[in-house]
Unconditional design. Structure first.
Length: 411
């Protein structure tokens, strides 16, 4: 095999990032946008010690699962990974991905019960776009090349309307000095936050976009409402520009309600990595007391404000690293632990403390099946999997959310 040479290969499967996997001259080769069972021509771009990477040149035999991407930027921007695969097959890929990762890491044949989904297009309620003079869009994957877009096919169309207005503005004023724009839609109201703007255009920008509900510049409110209010079930949540909130409301509501449904009426529930307290609020109905631990100060402030507007009195938030505080709670009668860590998963110290606390049930919410399986390898010393469900929070990408329910082993 030689770099820049073209070879023919059959695609055996997709890897975890949805790249086609073929074998060329005995070397595993990764080919973006190729699908299983396709026969393709590939140009070799890079060779490494035990694998190679290539570019798809031609499809000689096409998969029956291949579809034409609805988005004209799909093969350029890198924001989506699965628009060339029919949606049902994409869901099946995500289920099999979780099962394959668990088999590899834990050597257990777990089965995903179900994968819950909503709309696969126009579902995102938040987007962050880069700006370069009169261009607005995403960076091409693994580059600093900005792909200029007119709309995004996975965001709420109210966001696309804002993109149109923004394009009009930056086309007329290319020396605007804006670098990044966040756009968020909450309950039909629109908030934007920009990182910078030329002093010459600040007032003009506000005037041109005053059909929005909230405008922030450099983290300062310059127009409209300070927060927008999101509702899940009967609970209201104040959302500011920096507030974390799942980008897919329909699927996140399914996920949170399902997670909470596993919790039995209990004395104390511990919510680790509690963020702005969304699931903590839902848990308050199931426990005499809920304790949330979150390291980000702004998130804890948001969480405490959300307690007030919902008149919740049985929740306490602790602002600190989970691994620093969980040990101090071991003497409490904790019945359930819910954890929703970042992509890096939980740490060994926290997992050790969970095993020492010995809650009846653990609900682990994860955005990364690899670290979920890794952490389960520790927890399985005393716990077994009752159920695993997946959630297509980020349709048309390779990302998938997972909720794993663990129960104590019979002694």
């Amino acid at each position: 095999m030689k770099i820049n040479e073209t070879y023919e290969t059959k695609i055996l499967r997709l890897n975890n990032e949805t790249e086609g996997v073929g074998i060329i001259d005995g070397i595993t080769t990764f080919i973006p946008y190729a699908l299983p069972l396709e026969i393709v021509k590939v140009k070799i771009d890079n060779m490494y010690d035990n694998y190679a990477r290539g570019t798809l040149v031609e499809i000689l035999k096409e998969s029956s699962d291949r579809i034409d991407p609805v988005c004209p930027y799909f093969y350029k921007c890198g924001g989506c990974n699965l628009m060339h695969l029919n949606y049902d097959s994409g869901l099946e890929f995500k289920k099999e991905k979780i099962e394959s990762i668990f088999k590899k890491i834990t050597n257990e044949n777990i089965k995903v019960n179900n994968i819950y989904n909503g709309n696969n297009l126009y579902y995102r309620n938040k987007i962050t776009l880069k700006v370069d003079k009169n261009k607005i869009g995403y960076y091409k994957e693994k580059t600093n090349t900005l792909i200029d877009i007119d709309k995004c096919f996975i965001v709420d169309n109210k966001i696309n309307n804002v993109i149109k207005d923004l394009k009009d503005f930056i086309n007329n004023y290319p020396d605007n000095e804006i670098n990044e724009i966040m756009i968020r839609v909450i309950d039909n109201k629109v908030m934007i936050s920009i990182d910078n703007i030329s002093i010459n255009y600040k007032d003009l920008f506000i005037d041109k976009l005053n059909n929005l509900d909230s405008i922030y510049i450099n983290n300062n409110l310059v127009y409209g409402e300070k927060v927008l209010v999101e509702t899940i079930d009967n609970y209201k949540f104040n959302i500011s520009p920096k507030s974390f909130f799942q980008v897919n409301k329909k699927v996140s509501k399914m996920m949170y309600e399902k997670a909470v449904s596993y919790i039995d009426k209990s004395d104390i529930t511990l919510d680790l990595y509690s963020g702005t307290g969304t699931i903590t609020a839902l848990l308050s109905e199931k426990s005499k007391k809920v304790i949330g631990i979150e390291v980000v100060k702004e998130a804890v402030n948001d969480a405490n404000n959300n307690l007030k507007i919902n008149n919740i009195s049985n929740v306490e938030f602790i602002c600190d690293k989970v691994e620093n505080k969980i040990e101090t709670l071991k003497k409490l009668n904790i019945d359930n632990i819910v954890l929703d860590p970042p992509r890096s998963g939980s740490d060994k110290k926290t997992l050790k403390s969970i095993l020492e606390i010995k809650p009846n049930k653990i609900i682990y919410i994860s955005c990364n099946p690899v670290t979920l399986a890794r952490d389960y390898n520790v927890l399985k010393e005393k716990y077994i999997i009752k159920e695993i469900n997946a959630y297509d929070m980020f349709s048309n990408t390779y990302h998938v959310e997972t909720v794993m329910v663990l129960e104590k082993k019979d002694v």
